[in-house]
Design a protein around this ligand. Structure first.
Ligand code: TXA
Ligand code: MG
Length: 361
């Protein structure tokens, strides 16, 4: 690749300081230190913001019933008030504090997938602040399995609202370094428990309607949900880009995005090589975001790979579409949004013209 502007840029601009101390505490995920966990839990209970690892991605946590702390999360992320937050609980027996109805489908999914990367949208209790639910009559709940998250929630004994610990619309964080680069100055404490095991967010399933609806593919696969419930609706975004369901307020087309334009390539290695060569011939500084062929490994790598692509010298990034097995559907969903819906299937001159414009503007 012959790139004209080979200077090294930084991944993220230095975030605006907000006066919070943003102390980083290292925690062993296999044996979380009690005193560190208790300190972080006390900070949450007192209305502070604590960033922590989960089995999916890092979250930016706040006491879910403290409206002031919750509004600091929205402000710190730059998240629109219309996009509701997930409430994290230590165990299923706490759902009654936030959820008003617990259908049979929820019982079955909880028995099979909790604790774990599954979020259920259910009718809310009136005690849940409107800011968490974005004024909707439903609330999203999940019981995470990561030992640090579990220890933190058990120590705090309060429900914890936690979006992914990135600025709104940006790439989700899978390491503490990602959180620091996105939100330093926003959180009071960050628990550094190393890379998150899964690497993509939880599956979000809406159980408020007549039929279960998959709002976001994630750590629990669609096939596993169908296996348990028999009938689960899902709009495959790769084929229906314009469909945005009213039950899925957070499913923006532009999301998880690097600053460098990204394009998905739905084709084989021959097509990808042809696009790279033909674009380089046209003077476009283009790079490939390489992911492991195994979809679960790809999930683990995807956000880090997008960040690395963004700090390189490329003006245009290409990435191949994955098989939908395992976590592949979730990875494709994230890549599709990171690419803002741009998918190419051939290397015709019309496609090359489009990509040249994208990579040279
Ligand atoms: O894996 C995860 O779920 C991570 C970790 C930290 O737990 N959290 C996370 O949160 O991904 P966030 O805020 O980045 O994404 C939450 C998603 C958004 O798409 C939001 O719109 C949706 O869940 N959501 C939350 N409450 C909802 C509700 N009441 N109805 C429909 N969607 C809801
Ligand atoms: Mg997020």
């Amino acid at each position: 690749m012959s790139c004209h502007n080979a200077e090294v840029t930084t991944a993220d601009p230095t975030p605006a300081p907000t006066g919070r101390s943003s102390e980083v505490l290292t925690v062993d995920p296999l044996d979380p230190d009690r005193s560190v966990i208790d300190r972080a839990a006390a900070a949450l209970v007192a209305g502070g913001l604590v960033a922590f690892p989960t089995e999916t991605v890092y979250g930016l946590g706040a006491h879910a019933l403290d409206a002031g702390a919750v509004s600091a999360v929205f402000a710190g992320k730059g998240r629109p008030a219309t996009d509701p937050l997930i409430v994290h609980l230590a165990a299923q027996d706490q759902v009654g504090s936030v959820v008003a109805d617990w259908p049979d489908a929820a019982e079955r999914l909880a028995a099979r997938f909790w604790p774990g990367p599954l979020t259920m949208v259910l009718p809310r209790q009136s005690s849940v602040p409107d800011s968490i639910t974005a004024g909707r009559d439903s609330v999203a709940v999940r019981v995470p399995s990561h030992p640090i998250t579990q220890a933190l929630l058990r120590s705090a004994q309060v429900p914890v609202a936690a979006p992914s610990a990135n600025r709104f619309g940006r790439i989700s964080p899978t390491t503490a370094a990602h959180v620091i680069s996105e939100l330093h100055g926003v959180y009071d404490l960050l628990l550094d428990g190393g890379p998150t095991p899964l690497g993509v967010e939880s599956t979000v399933v809406d159980l408020t309607g007549e039929h279960p609806l998959l709002l976001r593919p994630g750590g629990v696969t669609l096939e596993d949900l169908v296996d348990e419930l028999g009938d689960v609706g899902y709009h495959e975004r790769l084929s229906t880009p314009e469909s945005v369901d009213a039950r899925a307020p957070g499913q923006f087309l532009r999301h998880y995005s690097p600053r460098t334009p990204l394009v998905m390539v739905d084709g084989d290695a021959v097509l990808i090589t042809a696009l790279l060569d033909l674009l380089a011939d046209r003077g476009v500084c283009v790079a490939l975001v390489e992911l492991p062929a195994d979809p679960d490994l790809a999930a683990h790598e995807v956000y880090g790979a997008l960040r690395r692509g963004d700090v390189g010298s490329a003006d245009l990034l290409l990435v191949g579409v994955l098989d939908v097995d395992g976590l592949g559907r979730a990875v494709n969903d994230r890549l599709y949004r990171a690419a803002q819906g741009r998918v190419v299937t051939d290397a015709t001159s019309a496609v090359l013209d489009r990509l040249t414009t994208l990579g040279t503007r």
